[in-house]
Design a protein around this ligand. Structure first.
Ligand code: ZN
Length: 227
């Protein structure tokens, strides 16, 4: 919808980049490149984290447009941002069956948006990666459920984020059998404090499951080595 309005508007005004606001393109070449760099390898606690881009003002603009404004261009940019980290991980292993586990959005956010942003993003990433790795079977498994209501993490301190999500997830019994014999990858658009990832790892551990890594389009600067 946003993109349709933008294209109508662009008949009169050139579009403004979702990342930097410069006129000329929905996402300008400079902002496209923020996601196109070689993936960064980091970790959340001891779990490998592979990231496409740093979460800063410009990438945040694109994430917000994908998540809250339903921009198809921004959604496509995030899905392709997951491709580099996914490929790097696959190149370093011998995975045959991979389950992509989207970190869940709050139920109220899904209702407001009219769709499940995380699950859609994981499906879009799967559709991009699957033809490139025909020897690997990819499955998107929305395994995580909220046990209780949680607050929007935006604006919370790292400590509050941890408390907000403390024991907040459980595994969906209806999806559980789909995980058998698969390598598990946690998938998220943004990793900020790692609270969501930690909660996902905890919920999996109760079922004796351990993810291989976390794949994210963006992560906060703390996950990037100092240069
Ligand atoms: Zn831009």
């Amino acid at each position: 919808m946003l993109d349709e309005l933008r294209s109508l508007r662009s008949l009169v005004f050139p579009p403004a980049c979702l990342g930097c606001g410069d006129s000329g393109a929905i996402i300008c070449v400079h902002c496209q490149k923020l996601f196109a760099t070689a993936p960064t390898r980091s970790q959340v606690d001891h779990l490998p984290l592979l990231i496409s881009a740093k979460y800063q003002e410009r990438t945040a603009g694109i994430v917000l447009a994908a998540k809250e404004a339903g921009s198809a261009t921004a959604k496509a940019a995030l899905a392709s941002a997951l491709l580099g980290p996914l490929e790097q991980l696959l190149s370093s292993g011998t995975a045959e069956k991979v389950a992509l586990l989207p970190m869940p959005s709050r139920a109220s956010a899904n209702r407001r948006r009219g769709y499940d942003h995380s699950a859609k993003l994981a499906q879009a990433a799967r559709d991009l990666i699957a033809p490139r790795w025909p020897s690997v079977q990819f499955d998107v498994v929305p395994i995580f459920r909220h046990n209780r209501r949680v607050r929007d993490q935006t604006g919370l301190t790292p400590k509050e984020r941890g408390e907000n999500l403390h024991q907040a997830f459980s595994l969906d019994p209806g999806q559980f059998l789909r995980l058998a014999g698969q390598d598990l990858l946690l998938l998220d658009d943004v990793v900020t404090t790692g609270a969501t990832v930690r909660e996902g790892v905890r919920a999996l551990k109760l079922a004796n499951l351990e993810p291989l890594a976390v794949i994210a389009a963006c992560a906060s600067p703390r996950y990037f080595p100092l240069r």
